[in-house]
Write a protein that binds this ligand. Structure first.
Ligand code: DAH
Length: 345
């Protein structure tokens, strides 16, 4: 197309571009006018046939036209985009006055879920569900539990003492709640207590300086035996692990507040990384400590006469981890939102 005609067409092109209603239409116009084989691009090819005198002005004119077309297209493209956005906004407005359903406002941590479940279970069976202070005295954490000042058992606990407060510490075990419970409620008593305990341990996959224990205590004037203890442990394990059957074995052990004292194991198998408690299991797993309450413990609670009792404790974090296939205790106390959501309610 000769230059004169191009110049004549310019106004029409500009109008057409400014009337385009879609990005595709703009692209087509761009291709027709200044694209690889567009009319303006073709006209540039004629440059070599134009006389030297006119070549400069011919080139300048064509360039101007090309720039004008480009600018008009850009201008119209922007207009179309703005329009599209404003249309979108118009159609996508949110009615913030509507009530929101199914939103996730947070959930219960796996420890809290288990803790509540366990408390409900025991409460339904007539047990007192008690709390004790996490900051304890030497007396409740050790002395009253038949662990006198220089007893070697104290060393193994690696206790956090409170600076500036004599004989005040972060409890190393929930067994101190046994003492508080017997002092307050006397005999008979059935109680549990779940709570935080502290020991100066290095944090790793299986140890944490803060962990939870579940403590159970049953005391009566009528004879209680290791058989009762075993049945009690079985009941709890079958409930907690949702097991149909359990097999428990005792291994002799030493806890100053028990006589005899023992550790207990339970038969299990593994399925998908999770622990399945069953008497059909082929392996034993260690779950906690237990024993018959030592006479000195009754004495330190002011309980006299014929009295019988058994007590036990589980590492709560440990059984939660086993049940849920969690292998690193640190996960329980981290703030990884994906992890918390997965195991939370
Ligand atoms: N308090 C002990 C500990 O933390 C566990 C324990 C053992 C608790 C025997 C008991 C018991 O009630 O009878 O290692």
């Amino acid at each position: 197309m000769p230059l004169a005609e191009i110049e004549k067409n310019l106004e029409h092109w500009v109008k057409t571009i400014l009337a385009a209603t879609s990005a595709q239409e703009l692209e087509r116009l761009k291709a027709d006018i200044i694209g690889k084989s567009g009319v303006v691009t073709d006209a540039f090819k004629m440059l070599k046939d134009v006389s030297v005198d006119e070549r400069k002005s011919f080139g300048e004119k064509l360039n101007k036209i090309k720039v004008q077309i480009e600018e008009t297209i850009a201008q119209q493209r922007k207009k179309l985009e703005d329009y599209e956005i404003s249309e979108k906004l118009k159609n996508e407005t949110l009615d913030i006055t509507l009530p929101v359903e199914n939103d996730h406002f947070g959930g219960l941590h796996v420890i809290t879920q288990s803790l509540r479940r366990i408390r409900d279970h025991y409460a339904a069976r007539g047990f007192l569900v008690l709390d004790g202070p996490e900051i304890e005295t030497d007396f409740y954490n050790f002395d009253a539990l038949n662990i006198p000042k220089h007893h070697p058992a104290r060393q193994s606990h690696d206790t956090f003492y409170l600076k500036g407060f004599d004989e005040t510490l972060l409890r190393t075990q929930t067994s101190c709640v046994q003492i508080r419970a017997m002092q307050e409620y006397g005999v008979p008593i059935r109680m549990i207590s779940i709570g935080k305990t502290y020991r100066n341990d290095q944090l790793d996959a299986t140890h944490s300086p803060m962990f939870h224990q579940l403590e159970g205590l049953v005391v009566d004037r009528k004879p209680l035996t290791i058989g009762h203890l075993k049945s009690e442990l079985k009941k709890f394990l079958e409930f907690f692990f949702e097991a149909d059957s359990t097999a428990i074995r005792f291994r002799p052990s030493f806890f100053p507040f028990t006589e005899p004292g023992m550790e207990f194991d339970c038969k299990y198998t593994k399925k998908d990384g999770r622990l399945i408690i069953t008497d059909q299991g082929d392996k034993w797993i260690e779950l906690g400590g237990a024993g018959m309450v030592h006479p000195n413990v009754f004495k330190s609670c002011g309980i006299e006469g014929p009295v019988y009792g058994f007590a036990y404790a589980f590492g709560l974090d440990r059984i939660i981890m086993l049940k849920n296939g969690i292998t690193d205790i640190r996960n329980l106390f981290d703030t990884d939102q994906r992890w918390l959501k997965y195991y939370g309610t």
